[in-house]
Design a protein around this ligand. Structure first.
Ligand SMILES: Cc1ncc(COP(=O)(O)O)c(C=O)c1O
Length: 418
């Protein structure tokens, strides 16, 4: 049986990314995949944001191998463990405390959706309110609580039950001139709005799956103020755009705000290993022992990789690199891509997350297919999948970055000239 046929015959129909890139990958290093036939692909997908330091970075790999070689504990639930003590101390002393962030660290199940579920449950518990507000275009995960926040119709359709206790709020760009903050303040003040005061408002400072929608600094500041004024918990979901993706370790740093809870997963695992945290202000750290339990709340190998990832981030001065590469992408999009776009098409982004917004999903998909043919792995996002999403490793070499951007340019030219 051909290796691809194995997947078609035995793997569930739910498989998805392999349908866009139907090759069997064998190895990966830095910003390149290699398939079983030896063909190389530049990676502009980055494991959906789980590989901010690229594939198999040596610095992290060596620490994982050393740890395994020494028979370090692999699994111990949340017993005290040496590797975990080292991670917590390092994260607090080198990231949280210097940034003036006083958070308790909750180790949740290992995926982004687990981190979001923990934040939701906790916000509801401490406030005694069930309602949560999320923004239209949001993606927060696929388990039921997180899915109730996620807006995509197709994803919600898989729930099989009513997705309740969430109100979705239009974003500032939803309708021309819409004032989201005024709208929220109005419905909170209006005793006839029919909308309950929420326990929490959850936001991705840059909606990633939603099509690279960047919330402005002013908006984020005003949202923080609104949450303070009405005693609402502010949750920032930094699962995809945290870990330096936007040019600062936490995406909310650019707005100078401090959320009450922060969801982290994906690249906090350093090496693409499953790992998630929910950071919580001490006053909200109200779960009793074991009240939000789970078997895989931080496996030690992920924890070792996570600490090494944090060290590598500092060693490589990743935030500075992102700012430098952001300029490269921005200039390229302005000079080389914009002239190829129609009037109602555009590009947008921040740091190393950018979207080229096509007029429809047919066009974006044709560009994706062409990119793949030319050796570039790149994903779609947004309404109707109409946004081509540029999400490279934060350590991508500038030459490879430009090579990938050139593939996009050539692909757009070929597709538009067909
Ligand atoms: C912002 C955000 N939150 C949560 C999730 C869910 O993470 P996971 O797929 O690991 O459950 C994602 C996944 O893409 C995400 O982008």
């Amino acid at each position: 049986m051909m290796s691809k046929e194995v997947f078609e015959k035995y793997e569930s129909n739910v498989r998805s990314y392999c349908r866009k890139w139907p090759v069997v990958m064998k190895s990966a290093k830095g910003s390149y995949y290699t398939d079983v036939d030896g063909k190389k692909y530049i990676d502009f997908f980055d494991g959906a944001g789980a590989l901010n330091y690229g594939h198999n970075p040596d610095f992290i790999k060596e620490r994982i191998l050393e740890y395994i070689e020494s028979d370090g504990i692999t699994h111990s639930l949340d017993m005290f463990a040496d590797s975990k003590e080292k991670f917590i101390s390092y994260f607090e002393e080198n990231y949280l405390i210097p940034k003036g962030l006083e958070y308790k660290i909750m180790f949740t199940g290992p995926t982004g959706t687990n981190s979001v579920e923990a934040a939701l449950k906790l916000a509801r518990k401490v406030t005694g309110r069930s309602e949560v507000w999320a923004f239209m275009g949001a993606f927060h995960g696929m388990s039921l609580g997180a899915l109730s926040l996620t807006t995509e119709r197709y994803a919600r359709g898989g729930a099989g039950v009513k997705l309740t206790d969430v109100t979705h709020i239009p974003t500032p760009d939803y309708i021309d001139g819409f004032d989201t903050i005024k709208y929220m303040r109005t419905i909170l003040d209006d005793d006839h709005s029919g909308i309950e005061k929420p326990a929490a408002i959850i936001i991705e400072t840059v909606q990633a799956e939603g099509g690279i929608n960047v919330f402005s600094v002013d908006f984020l500041k005003e949202l923080r103020k609104l949450c303070d004024d009405y005693d609402i918990i502010l949750i920032v979901d930094d699962v995809q755009v945290g870990c330096s993706r936007t040019g600062t370790f936490f995406s909310f740093e650019r707005a100078g705000i401090v959320p009450d809870m922060v969801c982290l997963s994906k690249s906090i695992g350093g090496y693409g290993l499953p790992f998630a945290l929910t950071l919580v202000k001490e006053e909200y750290d109200k779960f009793g022992p074991g009240e939000h339990n789970g078997t895989f709340r931080g496996s030690q190998i992920s924890i070792v990789a996570a600490k090494a990832g944090l060290e590598l981030n500092k060693l490589e001065k990743v935030d500075e690199k992102v700012k430098e590469k952001e300029q490269i992408v921005k200039d390229y999009l302005e000079k080389e891509i914009k002239p190829l776009l129609d009037e109602n098409e555009t590009y947008r982004g921040i740091g190393l997350i950018w979207g080229i917004c096509f007029k429809d999903g047919k066009l974006s998909r044709a560009v994706l297919d062409k990119c793949f043919e030319k050796g570039l792995i790149i994903e779609l996002a947004g309404r109707g999948d109409s946004v081509l999403k540029i999400l490279p490793s934060l350590l991508i070499e500038n030459e490879t970055l430009l090579k990938g951007l050139n593939i996009i340019k050539e692909s757009i030219i070929e597709v538009k000239n067909q």
